[in-house]
Write a protein that binds this ligand. Structure first.
Ligand code: UFG
Length: 361
């Protein structure tokens, strides 16, 4: 029996949220998932991703369509369920959009978090795993990046919302020792569940490398635009630490287990593989394992992009007992399986109008 039985997962219908829910169910937790469908597919019955998570695990999820900006809605959920711990994914995350609509990002990400923390405190739930990002480090001063690397010199609004929240969590845990929070700084999540049943299907225009590459491989887009081949890297293209979304999911279960037996106040951990891979390298592996050809077009660097970033994930290994297991090949194979089994993503139906769907399955 896990130490925390009932876990509230905000943003549970999204890409990372839905994969994490699978791991939580497999680890024996009860999951209450909420989502406002800002960037996740919904159908008449709720979330197709969560329906498939139930199919994969053979377990039930309680789901509510709910928005963190609607406090009474969230409060009702806490009144109804004995929530032991919250995993907080729900946030807007498009870097470009955040620069055009900063208020939207500050309102959604910061106010959403403030509401959630206040409701948690009122219900005496002080345990949280927060979905942060390696973007809080800004341009790296050294590589691989450790958790002690300075944070805050960030070039986009999205990243600043993650940074501000981490600062807020610091203040909160310093003011009240009951808080017990782990902030996980993700590197670049890619891949999909090996069943091919769940994967990444953003409802907003996406610009991330792997989904775009897969669209090109499927013939839905003519060419992959590579942003810059004049970086100071071995092949001139940008380097990132790509991490399989199932490894990322298991990092959350490890963090939960750690919170269950340690009072940490606030602790941060990098979740990455510790290995940097260039755009060109990733394309080559993708072409090889999927037996496709990706036409490339080199263009100027993308504004705000950094040259190279990869994690030192030693701390998570030593303290959480977590490390990545899946290779770049598996990230590509699993993403491709999801993409070819679901070329148009999840089945989409018209958005329903009801606000709360209790126990939708
Ligand atoms: N890239 C291309 N062509 C594309 C898309 C991306 O060449 O069409 C390149 C980028 O220039 C970069 C690499 O592929 O070198 C990865 O780009 P992504 O957009 O996939 O990922 P980012 O590293 O830019 O951003 C991701 C998340 C952010 C998060 C950030 C943290 O999307 O939310 O990691 O570093 F903040």
């Amino acid at each position: 029996m896990p130490r925390f039985k009932t876990i509230l997962v905000t943003g549970g219908a999204g890409y990372i949220g839905s994969h994490c829910v699978v791991d939580l169910l497999n680890a024996g937790h009860d999951v209450i998932a909420i989502d406002n469908f800002a960037n996740a597919v919904c159908d008449e019955e709720g979330s197709p991703a969560l329906k498939r998570a139930q199919q994969i695990t053979g377990k039930k999820i309680v789901f509510y369509e709910a928005d963190l900006l609607n406090k009474p809605q969230i409060n009702d959920i806490f009144d109804k369920h004995p929530i032991d711990c919250v995993i907080h994914f729900a946030a807007l995350k498009a870097v470009g959009e955040s620069m055009q609509q900063p208020l939207l990002y500050y309102q959604n990400n910061l106010l959403g978090m403030l509401n959630l923390l206040e409701i948690m405190r009122n219900h005496e739930c002080y345990q949280m795993v927060f979905s942060s990002s390696c973007t809080v480090y800004g341009e790296p001063e050294y590589l691989p990046i450790t958790e002690t690397h300075p944070t805050g010199s960030i070039t986009n609004v999205y990243g600043r919302t993650k940074y501000f929240i981490e600062e807020m969590l610091k203040d909160l845990s310093a003011a009240d020792e009951k808080w017990n929070i782990i902030s996980l700084r993700y590197f670049n999540p890619v891949g999909a569940h090996p069943s091919g049943l769940i994967g990444e299907d953003p409802t907003k225009e996406f610009t991330n490398l792997m989904p775009f590459m897969a669209q090109v491989a499927l013939g839905k887009k003519p060419v992959l635009t590579v942003f810059g081949n004049d970086y100071n890297t071995p092949d001139g293209t940008g380097i990132r630490d790509y991490i399989h979304v199932m490894d990322l999911a298991s990092g959350h279960v490890a963090a939960l287990n750690y919170l269950g037996s340690n009072q940490v106040g606030l602790k941060v951990y990098n979740l990455g593989t510790g290995r940097g891979v260039s755009v060109k390298e990733l394309v080559e592996v993708f072409e090889r394992v999927t037996e496709t050809k990706i036409p490339l077009k080199y263009v100027d660097r993308r504004l705000g992009d950094i040259t190279a970033m990869w994690a030192d994930a030693t701390l998570a290994r030593e303290e959480l007992g977590w490390s990545t297991k899946l290779t770049i090949e598996e990230m590509c194979t699993d993403f491709w399986r999801w993409q070819t089994m679901n070329p148009d993503g999840y089945p989409k139906k018209s958005k329903k109008t009801s606000v709360i769907v209790n126990g939708n399955s």
